[in-house]
Design a protein around this ligand. Structure first.
Ligand SMILES: Nc1nc2c(ncn2[C@@H]2O[C@H](COP(=O)(O)OP(=O)(O)O)[C@@H](O)[C@H]2O)c(=O)[nH]1
Ligand SMILES: [Mg+2]
Length: 202
């Protein structure tokens, strides 16, 4: 994983400048500090987990190439550029810059901390404001902490209905559903890109 302090790269779709021939999407992880954004990215891209909390300074950026099967049955190569914003997310303008041009977002809360669930609406709203057409997925993270869980399944379902966003219960620690979230988001953005490239329907 590389640390970067800018978020100038906002390209999506195909771009052969790095030799990668396939669909490229930039996606962002959003949510309060400590909910597990960096851990989810790390689990997904490196299959690793760290118990120790190191606050993300600057922006973390990771890439993963996957094969995605479209609804037409065709398998396509997709490069996911995953961005995870650190502590500077409190600055509204930096946050907007970070979100700009993102094809999708995973908004994360920590099921052991209700205040991170309460903050979800803010994250959704600010993302929708900057990227109104980009899909959002919800990750209810740290579900491995059964004894400490404070936000049950039902409020998660309410969020899902409210935001019309798919909902996943994840654990960056055990790896539960982590692949599913990223695979699903790749499927959604690919389908969207394919239907848009067909042009507007007459
Ligand atoms: N038990 C458990 N701990 C987690 C999980 N995800 C993250 N953590 C821990 O929560 C803390 C914050 O995680 P981090 O990924 O840095 O959160 P971020 O601030 O959202 O990037 C770290 O100590 C992680 O080890 C999880 O799924 N289960
Ligand atoms: Mg982090």
């Amino acid at each position: 994983m590389t640390q970067r302090n800018d978020s100038s790269e906002t390209k999506s779709d195909t771009d052969a400048s790095d030799g990668f021939e396939g669909y490229k999407f930039r996606m962002v992880l959003l949510g309060e500090a400590g909910v597990g954004k960096t851990s989810l990215v790390r689990r997904y891209t490196e299959n690793a987990f760290d118990e120790e909390y190191k606050q993300t300074i600057g922006t973390t950026f990771a890439t993963k190439d996957i094969n995605v099967t479209g609804s037409d049955g065709t398998v396509r190569m997709v490069r996911l550029n995953v961005w995870d914003m650190g502590g500077q997310s409190t600055y509204r303008e930096l946050r907007r810059q970070f979100m700009k041009g993102a094809s999708a977002a995973i908004v994360v809360y920590d099921v052991t901390r209700p205040e991170t669930f309460m903050a979800m609406n803010n994250w959704f709203e600010s993302f929708r404001e900057v990227c109104p057409a980009s899909p959002v997925l919800i990750s209810a993270n740290k579900v491995d902490l059964l004894d400490k869980r404070m936000v049950p399944h039902e409020p998660g379902m309410m969020l899902r209905d409210w935001f019309q966003a798919e909902y996943f219960e994840t654990s960056a620690k055990t790896g539960d559903a982590v692949d599913n979230v990223f695979t699903r988001i790749a499927e959604i953005v690919l389908e969207k890109a394919l239907s848009e490239s067909k042009g507007p329907l007459m």
